[in-house]
Design a protein around this ligand. Structure first.
Ligand code: SF4
Ligand code: SF4
Length: 373
């Protein structure tokens, strides 16, 4: 059996950082495996049902807060951040995003999902980093995770200094905002832990105030059942009618709590072409996307994270947004397009189309496309 080589922890960490940079990762850090103090908060969040129908959140039980149980032998977790703002993002990009949210017929897809599926992009790079590490130290047990339910990603990121936990519950940094993905490599190698970063939310509560559905029920506490990201991506089935008007024209995810965060003026642009937006997902109208049949949906979303939600959920989201557009101003073309789909729609979609059509006569105020910009 091959022996592990002797190594100096700090030198190895410096080397890891260099490799990570070469691989297009924005930053790496190291956390330990003792997340005891996070376990209680996790159980409390689950017991209140804030995870909605994301039953996979519960499935791994305590293992989620115990990396060494999830992957036996783990003694360190290498945490990684990858910035995802598209390369062509202009300074003050938030103003354009607010503008889109104020244009009821525009389709708004969360910024992170407009390019290639980040799971693949990040996973490949973390895997390559693990391989380089194995070449350096000898036999290595390593397992890569990206946006993975069994892992307390933000907790690990925060403990290792990739940022602090914002009141919106995401990790953020003073010089990098929050527009980044997180990933981890669980290793059976003792690496020097990197220190946590100080928190800088202070008395700010902009993310809580701006949230269209009031999903941030208290600082650092998210009720996923009300969050538009959850409702449009994770949630299968009908969207609660009282929440539908609040979705506005957000058809996949929601960025509002990040758009309003003052630290995102320091968000970094990706160096990778992978996150360049696909034209169809950046600036399209709701009606253009509504016209996609399933075959076109699959073709257009090949290699994109959006494909995972499937055509039915995609159309459900669009129907809600079209209903919201109709409420803001009558539009014969939208009405025709909705009616045309009724005959072929399954039960779930048909109900959302009926709701959308019923908005024509509803004199509700248009939910604010809030805040700045
Ligand atoms: S993603 Fe949107 S809905 Fe969810 S907490 Fe943030 S602002 Fe609220
Ligand atoms: S908007 Fe304010 S409270 Fe929310 S994460 Fe950013 S700094 Fe913290």
């Amino acid at each position: 059996m091959r022996e592990r080589h002797h190594f100096d922890g700090q030198q190895l960490l410096a080397q890891l950082r260099e490799w990570a940079r070469d691989l297009g990762l924005s930053q790496i850090a190291v956390a330990g495996v003792d997340l005891d103090t996070a376990e209680e908060g996790l159980h409390d969040w689950l017991s209140k049902g804030f995870h909605g129908t994301m039953h996979y959140m519960q499935r791994h039980g305590s293992k989620r807060a115990r990396p060494a149980e999830l992957v036996p032998g783990t003694v360190s977790v290498i945490t990684a951040r990858m910035d995802y703002l598209p390369r062509a993002t202009a300074p003050g990009w938030q103003a354009l995003e607010w503008q889109r949210l104020r244009s009821p017929q525009q389709a708004v897809v969360s910024v992170y999902a407009r390019g290639r599926d980040y799971h693949k992009v990040l996973r490949t790079r973390l895997q390559a980093l693990a391989e380089r590490l194995a070449q350096q130290v000898g036999p290595l047990g390593a397992r890569v995770f990206t946006d993975s339910a069994p892992v307390l990603e933000v907790e690990l990121a925060v403990r290792s200094g990739l940022g602090w936990r914002g009141k919106h519950t995401l990790a953020l940094q003073r010089d990098g905002g929050s527009m980044f993905f997180l990933g981890e490599i669980f290793v059976d190698l003792a690496l020097p832990q990197t220190p946590p970063a100080a928190a800088h939310c202070g008395s700010c509560s902009a993310c809580i105030d701006v949230c269209p559905t009031q999903a941030i029920v208290a600082p650092y506490r998210l009720d996923a059942r009300r969050c538009i990201s959850y409702l449009t991506i994770e949630h299968d089935g009908a969207i609660a009618p009282e929440l539908r008007p609040l979705l506005g024209n957000r058809i996949y995810g929601c960025d509002d709590c990040q758009l309003v965060c003052p630290w995102n003026k320091y968000a970094r642009v990706s160096s990778l072409s992978d996150f360049d937006p696909r034209p169809a997902l950046d600036g399209a109208t709701l009606l253009q996307l509504w016209a996609w049949d399933e075959a076109e949906f699959l073709r257009r979303t090949e290699g994109s994270a959006i494909r995972r939600i499937g055509h039915v959920r995609w159309q459900r989201n669009l129907a809600v947004a079209l209903g919201n557009a109709l409420r803001s101003a009558p539009d014969a073309e939208i009405e025709r397009a909705l009616r045309a789909r009724l005959g072929s729609a399954g039960e779930l979609l048909a109900e959302h189309i009926d709701w959308a059509l019923s908005q024509i006569k509803t004199a509700l105020p248009v939910p604010p496309a809030t805040a700045a910009g």
